[in-house]
Ligand binder design. Structure first.
Ligand code: HAM
Length: 442
């Protein structure tokens, strides 16, 4: 019996594997240090969005898979290879959103926003998911800040979106370069397809199997191919700009004229097709501008991208509604901000730190802290700490201008010590007058 008992114990031991939780590949934590960069960029972006009349929208992270296949396109990398999709308990095929535009358009149609005064201008922020091969600047979960303008056809809308991006990058002092192209309307794309098929007639067999299918189904996607051979061949392909109809050509000219007027430099890039099928007319990207980066690397680290998508609302079952938008990648902007040796601005704050010694003082400090918050003092505490030395060190680290010290004696005499961290001078004041005393010294 004793032998069996020991054997059983052994088995149990073997089963007990040490569980070391780890985040999934390509998905990482945004620690407080990186969060500070996100907060800084988001504050600027949100402020700019509001200046330009955008309102916030929150859309679900999970949507029907067909929403994305219909809008982004069956032959795109995102839909073909990168969707986090699964069947839910109700048997529905669902997917984690790989981008925000499709969800915003769905929300626009579903909530009857076409009946609101047009254009409807919406902005959003949140995580997006793409099952990509994780590498520098390419993650499986990343964060976008996006802007969509629904119900406006004029080139001025495209220009304003670009201008907003330009203003943002100028404000954070990030060196970028604007790449721009025009993909035309379905008619232009039909003509372009014809020219591409002609161009590739004798080269088709040299393309990778994927591109051969792309050529049939959606020739623009050939330009997304990462295969060197396909890139080489497509580099001499005709440019879509030569296939633009009069209306699309005029639209593009107006966009460029406005950019010239605003003195926003741009690079006409006929190979810029973006990785999503819904675009019509203007498309653009902001690439990092840094010595040592090749064009291929710059395009791989694109910081923001967008364009016009005049047919998407209709494709998703809504009325004909011209639209345009852009999305910024927060992780890439953070990375590039650091690569360009830029620093977050130092916060100008009047931090006051409340330190306490002993149990009675701790109790009093708890109340005093609440009162100081109500009096709008930028107050910080470390009530969980007992040592005065540790509290003063922390006060120093966070840049407190004043430290309030409450000990047994002070509690007994209804006083408190104010230490000015800039001069080192300490004074004892009446605790009931503390708010006035603080304001006098800040
Ligand atoms: P997108 O170019 O696919 O456009 O993504 C926008 C930005 O998200 C990129 O410029 C990049 O900064 C960031 N990004 C994309 N994929 C990753 C990744 N795997 N890891 C890290 N960052 C990434 C769109 O998503 C469109 N919805 C933009 C748009 C809005 N067009 C019209 N309205």
């Amino acid at each position: 019996m004793a032998k069996i008992g020991r054997q059983k114990k052994k088995q149990i031991k073997v089963k007990k594997e040490k569980f070391i939780p780890q985040s999934l590949k390509g998905m990482r934590d945004i620690l407080p240090e990186e969060g500070k960069y996100f907060d800084y960029f988001l504050e600027k972006l949100e402020k700019l969005a509001k200046i330009y009349g955008f309102e916030k929208i929150e859309i679900p992270i999970l949507e029907e898979k067909s929403l994305f296949t219909r809008s982004i396109g069956q032959t795109t990398d995102i839909v073909e290879k990168e969707m986090f999709s699964f069947v839910d308990k109700g048997g529905r095929e669902v997917a984690l959103r790989p981008e925000g535009t499709a969800g915003v358009v769905r929300a626009y149609i579903e909530n009857g926003m076409q009946n609101l005064p047009q254009p409807v201008k919406l902005y959003y922020f949140g995580p997006m998911f793409r099952y990509e091969k994780p590498q520098a600047g390419r993650e499986r979960q990343f964060h976008q800040f996006g802007l969509e303008v629904l119900g406006a056809a004029g080139p001025i809308v495209d220009v304003q979106l670009i201008l907003l991006c330009w203003n943002f990058f100028q404000e954070i002092k990030l060196q970028t370069e604007l790449q721009i192209n025009c993909l035309g309307c379905p008619d232009c794309q039909k003509e372009y397809r014809r020219r591409l098929l002609e161009f590739f007639r004798y080269k088709k067999r040299l393309l990778c199997p994927n591109c051969r299918i792309r050529l049939e189904k959606s020739p623009l996607r050939i330009f997304d191919c990462k295969e060197k051979k396909c890139q080489e061949i497509s580099s001499t392909a005709p440019s879509i700009v030569d296939c633009l109809c009069e209306a699309c050509k005029n639209h593009f000219i107006k966009v460029l004229e406005n950019l010239d007027e605003l003195e926003i430099p741009y690079n006409l890039n006929s190979r810029l097709v973006r990785g999503l099928d819904y675009y019509t007319k203007t498309v653009f990207e902001f690439w990092p501008s840094r010595i040592g980066l090749s064009d291929e690397e710059k395009s791989r680290f694109s910081l923001a991208g967008g364009g016009r998508y005049d047919n998407l609302v209709k494709i998703l079952g809504g009325p004909v509604t011209p639209a345009a938008g852009v999305a910024f990648g927060l992780e890439r902007i953070t990375e590039e901000f650091k690569n360009q040796n830029l620093k977050l601005p130092k916060e100008r704050r009047n931090i006051v730190f409340l330190a306490q010694i002993g149990e009675t003082a701790k109790k009093k400090a708890l109340h005093l802290f609440e009162n100081l918050v109500k009096a709008k003092i930028d107050i910080k505490e470390a009530l969980a700490k007992d040592s005065l030395k540790a509290q003063l060190e922390l006060a120093n680290k966070i840049g407190a201008k004043l430290v309030l010290i409450l000990g047994q004696d002070e509690v007994a005499h209804k006083t408190i010590i104010i230490k000015d961290m800039r001069t080192g001078i300490q004074e004892v004041v009446n605790v009931d007058k503390i708010v006035e005393e603080i304001k006098k010294r800040l």
